[in-house]
Design a protein around this ligand. Structure first.
Ligand code: ADP
Ligand code: MG
Length: 263
């Protein structure tokens, strides 16, 4: 019942949600930026609007604007520069829980280079600034432990792939010789739905959040090494972190497989 109700709330909030996050000015951007580019007209109410304040003659979206009419945009929620990682996670964390409930969940950060995608999704692995991935790692295990007291057993595995110029690279098994390829998996195992998978990608079974952090550290090193060779940290590099949560309810003999993709 809890799973069903949680899913209903998720559906009511919308199965596809678009958030906007504006990062603060960085130290080196502060000078000369006295002019406020964005305003947040409903910060204390709904937190859904953002206004782009264009001055006359300012170039915006490739078009030079003659007027200084502000443009208003509405999202499912807007995070202002003041809102911290914790507030972002409070909003998206319940989708992570759905993955443990057997649903497929994807959180995708999109934006130009330097806009804060890596900070939001990854961030440092410890401390208040840690991002969605390390927070999701502990969250999933806390949640699974709770369900285990009710007769569930779980196995969790993770994989991480980098897509760079259409090429796939396994970030957890650096020297794997297997060519990686996208594959539409039509005959999935018991309890799984048809899915798009990467053939040849290593999957690592993990039993606690610490093990995930260790793998993330390793992936970071692999990206670093590669970066010196081919500029992998450029805007053409994308990372997909996937967590597969395989749950078995011993009381009802039911299996549920959920997946969380953090892009
Ligand atoms: P992207 O991955 O989109 O290219 P980054 O996440 O690397 O961008 O962010 C660019 C810089 O801005 C980094 O130095 C990062 O630490 C900083 N930054 C991004 N978002 C925030 C934020 N919400 N608060 C503080 N610093 C941020
Ligand atoms: Mg980045």
């Amino acid at each position: 019942l809890r799973r069903k109700l949680h899913n209903q709330v998720m559906e009511l909030k919308g199965n596809i949600r678009v958030y906007c996050r504006v990062r603060p000015f960085l130290e080196n951007e502060k000078t000369g930026n006295k002019h406020k580019v964005f305003r947040f007209p409903d910060t204390n109410i709904e937190q859904r609007s953002i206004t782009h304040v264009a001055e006359g003659g300012l170039k915006y979206d490739g078009v030079t604007r003659a007027s200084n009419k502000p443009s208003k945009f509405v999202f499912d929620r807007v995070f202002t520069p003041r809102e911290k990682q914790e507030e972002v996670y409070n909003e998206v964390g319940n989708m992570v829980q759905s993955a443990a409930d057997g649903y497929r969940v994807c959180i995708f950060a999109y934006g130009q280079t330097g806009s804060g995608k890596t900070h939001t999704m990854h961030g440092p692995l410890h401390g208040d600034d840690r991002g969605i991935i390390p927070r999701a790692a502990s969250h999933i295990f806390e949640y699974c432990e709770k369900l285990e007291t009710q007769g569930w057993t779980f196995s969790v595995s993770v994989s991480m792939v980098e897509i760079y110029n259409e090429k796939l690279r396994d970030l957890l098994t650096p020297n794997s010789k297997a060519p990686l390829e996208f594959h539409r998996h039509l005959k999935p195992a018991d309890g799984e739905e048809a899915d798009t998978v990467v053939d040849g990608l290593s999957e690592h079974t993990v039993t606690n959040a610490g093990e995930i952090l260790k793998l993330l550290r390793k992936a970071g090193q692999i990206r670093q090494t590669a970066a010196t060779h081919c500029n992998a940290q450029s805007s053409r590099s994308h990372t997909v972190f996937s967590m597969k949560i395989n749950g078995f309810d011993s009381k009802e003999g039911k299996r549920r497989v959920g997946k969380l993709n953090l892009v």
